[in-house]
Ligand binder design. Structure first.
Ligand SMILES: NC(=O)c1ccc[n+]([C@@H]2O[C@H](COP(=O)([O-])OP(=O)(O)OC[C@H]3O[C@@H](n4cnc5c(N)ncnc54)[C@H](O)[C@@H]3O)[C@@H](O)[C@H]2O)c1
Length: 256
């Protein structure tokens, strides 16, 4: 571990790729020392290198309680207390319900939901111990309220994240720690497993007429963790170009 940082410390899970990577880069620009974690240690190291001297890359599978506790302890003692946690790690396989294997159901819930509980509990315990007025941001999804075929496991894991966010906000708010969630719509990330037809159908349902970029989400994280945002607690922010407004592809009805 490096010596103590004089910057506030932010930890991002699943930060080696996609939205998490962009959140890490954004918080670095905002003046945080970033703990870039990912189950893929090489990816985490690459992003930390991209940020430069005010970042540390660490291999972290959010399902591994002992490793989480070890990293949180080492970072707190060696760099500084974690003030911001972004629970971004998540997987989104797409499988029809009738074919959905138990192992895939468990994997989605273990990474998306249980991992969020494990990392949050470890970090929040330390925040309370150190009297840190921390910020926790959870990555939910538009699928948490608007189901889609093939996402029985994913959508239900994200619905549970919305409620986890609320109960954490209720309990931790009393200790000065806020907990909020961001529910992104379709965000383009490199190598996403979407075919062209599926992609175009989704874009047609987005009122502003474009898909989101990871920076659209990172900007909201930045806003939620900034000083002065502490009255925002237990909120779910839908950041989706208007996709969650209703049945967006129904045309205007008029009498001829
Ligand atoms: N991309 C979208 O359209 C979209 C929409 C709504 C919500 N989200 C949510 O945003 C988050 C990030 O999505 P993304 O599109 O950037 O995904 P991504 O696949 O590009 O990146 C996810 C990262 O998480 C890491 N990861 C996977 N399992 C992990 C584990 N067990 N422990 C730690 N890290 C792990 C991966 O290695 C990867 O680097 C997810 O929670 C996802 O559900 C994404």
């Amino acid at each position: 571990m490096r010596g103590a940082s004089n910057l506030p410390v932010a930890m991002v899970t699943g930060a080696g790729h996609g939205i998490g990577r962009e959140i890490a880069l954004q918080l670095a620009r905002d003046g945080y020392f970033i703990i870039v974690t990912d189950v893929d240690g090489a990816r985490a190291a690459d992003v930390a290198k991209e940020i430069g001297e005010h970042a540390l890359g660490a291999q972290l599978d959010v399902r591994m309680r002992q490793r989480i506790d070890l990293i949180v302890e080492d970072v707190t003692n060696g760099i500084g207390p974690i003030e911001v946690l972004v629970n971004n790690a998540g997987i989104y396989p797409n499988t029809p319900f009738l074919e959905l294997p138990e192992v895939e159901w468990d994997a989605v819930f273990d990474v998306n939901l249980k991992g969020m509980y494990l990392v949050s509990q470890s970090v929040a315990r330390k925040m309370v111990e150190r009297k840190i007025k921390g910020r926790i941001v959870n990555l939910s999804s538009g699928a948490s309220v608007s189901g889609r075929a093939g996402a029985a496991h994913y959508a239900t894991s994200k619905a549970a994240i919305n409620m986890l966010t609320k109960v954490m906000a209720m309990e931790l708010g009393r200790m000065g720690i806020t907990v909020n969630a961001i529910a992104p719509g379709l965000i383009t990330v490199p190598d996403a497993p979407l075919n062209q037809e599926y992609f175009e159908t989704l874009v047609a349902a987005i009122p502003i007429g474009r898909v989101g970029q990871p920076s659209d989400i990172a900007r909201v994280v930045s806003f939620l963790v900034q000083p002065g945002s502490e009255f925002i607690n237990g909120s779910i922010y839908f950041v989706d170009g208007g996709s969650s407004t209703g049945r967006t592809t129904i045309p205007l009805s008029r009498k001829e």
